[in-house]
Write a protein that binds this ligand. Structure first.
Ligand SMILES: C[S@@+](CC[C@H](N)C(=O)[O-])C[C@H]1O[C@@H](n2cnc3c(N)ncnc32)[C@H](O)[C@@H]1O
Length: 197
């Protein structure tokens, strides 16, 4: 089953000129929860190779802006696009949000970041949670009031606790597993809307 899914979305992404099959996860999320809209400023953490950047550009149009950060060198396939700004940086070390958009704040923060997996469940879950914890800690710095947050996390008891805490600072928090997620994957997506800064 998982290989069939992989084949289908992998081929579809190639045919439609998207840089990764992950595009369909964000598309499903956005069609269901309507978080990205025309003219918005969007931050994409762990953007490489950049299918979420491609999709976001289609939705936000010329008046919006998308900033991508990834540890990997900037993907030159995306550098010609006017309203895209890509940075090579470890998110865990990055702090200069004010240099990215005028007030340093975004309408939407996306994270498809995944740590390098070790195969040791507890270690992988803890690393995944570590990335998300930093995002949540920094929300007052880079998310606009009423803004939305979408992130990927490996499911665990600690992850569920963190999600419960989010309900105190967002009006709506949903856990979502897109159909395009491989069936063997332990990842879930959290979609949080209406940030109460
Ligand atoms: C699954 S890929 C993202 C795919 C992307 N959403 C797309 O649609 O093309 C996860 C990315 O997270 C990046 N990443 C993991 N940890 C990171 C960190 N601490 N800082 C920045 N990027 C990170 C990885 O380098 C990798 O490129």
């Amino acid at each position: 089953m998982s290989f069939k899914v992989k084949d289908h979305y992998f081929k579809k992404a190639k045919q439609e000129n998207y840089l990764a099959r992950s595009i369909y996860k964000l598309k499903e999320i956005n069609e269901k929860f309507k978080i990205i809209n025309k003219g918005m400023n969007v931050l994409d953490l762990g953007y490489f190779p950049g299918s979420w950047i491609q999709y976001t550009c289609e939705v936000i149009g010329e008046k919006g802006k998308v900033v991508g950060i990834d540890i990997k060198p900037v993907n030159k396939k995306l550098t010609g696009i006017k309203n895209v700004n890509l940075l090579e940086s470890d998110y865990l070390d990055f702090s200069d949000w004010k240099s990215l958009v005028p007030d340093g704040k975004f309408d939407v923060v996306l994270s498809d970041m995944a740590p390098n997996t070790t195969g040791i469940k507890d270690v992988d879950q803890a690393r995944s949670l570590g990335l998300v914890e930093k995002i949540i800690y920094e929300l007052p710095v880079f998310l606009k009031p009423n803004g939305s947050l979408v992130f990927k996390i490996f499911d665990s008891n600690d992850a569920q606790n963190e999600i419960r805490n989010l309900r105190k600072i967002f009006k709506q928090v949903k856990i979502f597993r897109p159909d395009s997620t491989r069936s063997v994957s332990k990842e879930i997506f959290v979609v949080a809307k209406n940030y109460e800064a």
